[in-house]
Design a protein around this ligand. Sequence first.
Ligand code: MG
Length: 381
Amino acid sequence: MIKHLSILGSTGSIGVNALRIAKHLKEEIKIQYLTANTNFNLLIQQTKLFKPKSICIVDDIFYKKIKTELNTNDVELLVGREGLLEISRRKDVDIMLNGLVGAAGMEPTLSALNSGINVALANKESLVMAGALIKESMKKTGAKIFPVDSEHSAIWQCLVGENFEDIQRIILTGSGGPFRLRNLNTFDDISIEEALKHPNWDMGRKITIDSATMMNKCLEVIEAHWLFELKPEKIDIVIHPQSIIHSMVEFKDGSIKAQMGVPDMKVPIQYALTYPSHLQSSWKKLDFINCVDLTFHGPDYERFPSLKLAFKALSLSGSASAALNLANDYSVNKFLNHEIIFTDIFNINESVIDNHPWVQHPQLDDLHDLNMWVKDYVAKF
Ligand code: MG
């Protein structure tokens, strides 16, 4: 049966890969909605190729450009944040792929789940910001989250057919990023260009910086906590520089399942879109005979103090994870704008966790208020 799909963030790294898959699987996937933030040229091209029902350009200064380029008798053109939220509420899709960046992805995830729509979630920030609200919404409507994050997709695949009670722990693997072996005394000098060079994965800018600070792994621990309903002590991190094992589950009898493959985001994206099937794909497969050696070691908390923030935020509970996530969105932006140095990202993030006005059960309004508080706090840093 053909699956109807909406893609939020269709011109970003996740969206572009998803459309490559949709092109390859045109018998299985029909594109209903596309949204983009600013890249109107690519959105126009995608619209001509995939003929969605509606599209949304979030930045309204590009609205006129699209309107003159496209025949809006064929496609409905929505605009702004309101248009994005409108698309995330629409019920005539089977799956909404959320490929948005940062905390801005949280509300669309919630509105899709509230509408009973399953969400293929690449925006891990949704769960870090509002894990409790999201779980509540899923319980209410029965809608599900299909993880797109490669580690969480790996764990999801390892858990097919297993009993939750049998899990001893999950092991999130991380490549260690580009600075795994760099002299710690030179971390203050890390440039934007150096931080944007990931050794294994080709991803968007924000997540690539998060991989360099290892904040990405920190956010993934919190994401896994909500997604698989696991206590923090059941979540471990292992550094695996080759990124061939995407994560593992250890069961109580000591048996371990690992999910492996080439580091290519198209694999977890396709699985989330075609679950429970593993359909034929056209990309490069893992070659065991010519594969590099697989190595593992423990996380280096001195080099990457961000890793500790996940466990700190989870033990503080309440709004701590949301505050951490917001702090990181703003501090990464500040780093990319040459306003702070690399190591300040951690300093800001930790300072926000410690000083933010903590709330035990944050609702959407509280999260909006928190966003304003963090934005202001980070701006003054
Ligand atoms: Mg990941």
